[in-house]
Design a protein around this ligand. Structure first.
Ligand SMILES: Cc1ncc(COP(=O)(O)O)c(C=O)c1O
Length: 443
């Protein structure tokens, strides 16, 4: 049985099996947050912690936003829950309409989920059935990408390309292949913004298509910018080339915008920022500013129409979640959109990008740093791994930064930064100063 000796602050920490966490290590020396407002968390020992990660890439409008809190309070009083299976209530319709006004062209149909993982699996299932409805049911393969992250459902880990997330879990979905990832430190270290074109990376898709036959492939799924694997940017022209190849072969292109959606790169979606329109776009996180769990899958009208043209009054898509279009989540989302729009947050990253880039690249001469990458309000600082101990150095930086008053995120030996989009220039300087001090204090 679990021991009680690790109890600190709130009591026994053993019963909560923490996600994506080194449980034993954490519970021996916990880092606990108790409240948040604006750009700051407050730790249980009453220290302000500057949020360098928008929570977990989700609190784009900062914390404790009154408009969202009030909308949630009102909604839960008025209608706590209503089914959306063969029933409805107005809020998800209204939210879907508002969202469709800001999505890239044609992506006007919205399927609600509760998370990024569910969004990814929903997108894959829609792609499969779409091809069936068109009489191309043999298109069942998916192409993902090395280092890709599409959540933790079986579909998502199958198309995802992170070994640790896959290898404990059996054979996964059959018929999945992977593109190469686009990180090339040797060639692109310390590039500001997108790396120079390297069309061979996208052209690998042609080789995979030739290997399997285009008529067996349902969809290609990529993050326009890979976040979880350590901020990996698409080389110039890469996404356009993927789009061309998919279109040529009748393969659907899915963009996973769970991180890049809602302003992270300087436009509402990465699709708009990079001027490439996918057939399906997945989102979550910033959709409700992280306040209530919710995800959304945006689908091209033509795909939706294919489902709706399929016959009589039967259910067109045998898929959905009890909480798809949950009234409280939709209320939080509507309030979030109002904040994003009234405060210009969906494009604010573009205004701050220059200051952000200069601040990050000012760290270049510090010890251990082998690369710095940035775009919009995302940044990565990659450290040389300690021999035989990958990830240990960045983890030390992470714990030191927390002691010094900033929340950062590490994956492997990459420090990833993605502050709320409300951050001010002096707070960017403060965040980068803490990161610099934490790196300097690390062997
Ligand atoms: C690109 C991408 N897709 C999917 C997910 C999974 O989202 P969730 O944790 O809400 O299931 C994430 C989470 O970080 C993500 O970054």
């Amino acid at each position: 049985m679990a021991q009680n000796t690790i109890a600190k602050g709130p009591g026994d920490l053993a019963p909560f099996w923490m996600p994506f966490t080194a449980n034993k290590q954490f519970k021996a020396n916990p880092r606990l947050l108790k409240s948040a407002k604006g750009m700051h968390y407050q730790s249980v020992d009453d220290r302000p912690i500057l949020d360098g990660t928008a929570g977990l890439w989700c609190c784009n409008a900062g914390h404790g936003r009154t408009k969202i809190t009030e909308a949630v309070q009102r909604q839960i009083e008025e209608l706590d829950f209503a089914p959306t299976f063969q029933m409805g209530h107005p809020l998800p319709f209204e939210f879907a309409k508002r969202l469709s006004e800001m999505t890239p062209p044609g992506l006007d149909r919205v399927f609600f989920t509760n998370s990024g993982s569910e969004s990814a699996d929903t997108a894959l299932k829609i792609a499969l059935q779409y091809h069936r409805l068109r009489g191309e049911g043999q298109r069942t393969r998916f192409i993902g990408r090395e280092k890709g992250y599409h959540g933790v459902g079986f579909g998502g880990i199958s198309v995802g390309g992170l070994g640790n997330n896959r290898k404990g879990f059996g054979p996964l979905l059959p018929g999945v292949d992977h593109l190469p990832h686009t990180l090339n430190i040797e060639r692109n270290a310390f590039t500001r913004g997108l790396p120079e074109a390297d069309m061979s990376l996208a052209d690998r898709l042609e080789e995979i298509v030739a290997l399997h036959g285009a008529d067996t492939i349902a969809a290609v799924i990529v993050e326009p910018m890979a976040g979880s694997a350590g901020v990996i940017l698409p080389p110039k022209g890469y996404l356009q080339r993927l789009r061309e190849i998919c279109t040529r072969h009748g393969i659907l292109l899915i963009f996973d915008e769970v991180i890049t959606g809602f302003g992270r790169l300087g436009s509402p979606f990465a699709s708009q920022e990079f001027d490439v329109i996918p057939d399906i776009l997945t989102s979550a996180k910033g959709l409700t500013n992280g306040a209530i769990p919710m995800g959304a899958v945006f689908v091209q009208n033509a795909i939706y129409d294919q489902f709706m043209g399929a016959g009589g009054p039967a259910i067109e898509l045998f898929h959905g979640y009890t909480y798809s279009g949950h009234p409280v989540a939709a209320a939080a989302g509507l309030a979030t959109l109002e904040i994003y729009q009234s405060e210009g947050l969906l494009t604010r990253a573009a205004e701050l990008a220059g200051h952000w880039e200069d601040a990050l690249h000012s760290l270049k001469e510090l010890n251990h740093i082998i690369d710095i990458r940035n775009y919009g309000l995302v940044g990565a600082i990659e450290l040389q791994s300690r021999p035989g101990a990958p990830g240990a150095r960045a983890f030390d930086v992470f714990t030191k930064a927390f002691e010094m008053g900033a929340l950062i995120r590490v994956t492997g030996d990459v420090i990833a930064l993605s502050p709320p989009l409300i951050i001010e220039r002096d707070q960017i300087d403060q965040l980068v100063r803490i990161v610099a001090d934490a790196i300097s204090a690390t062997e």
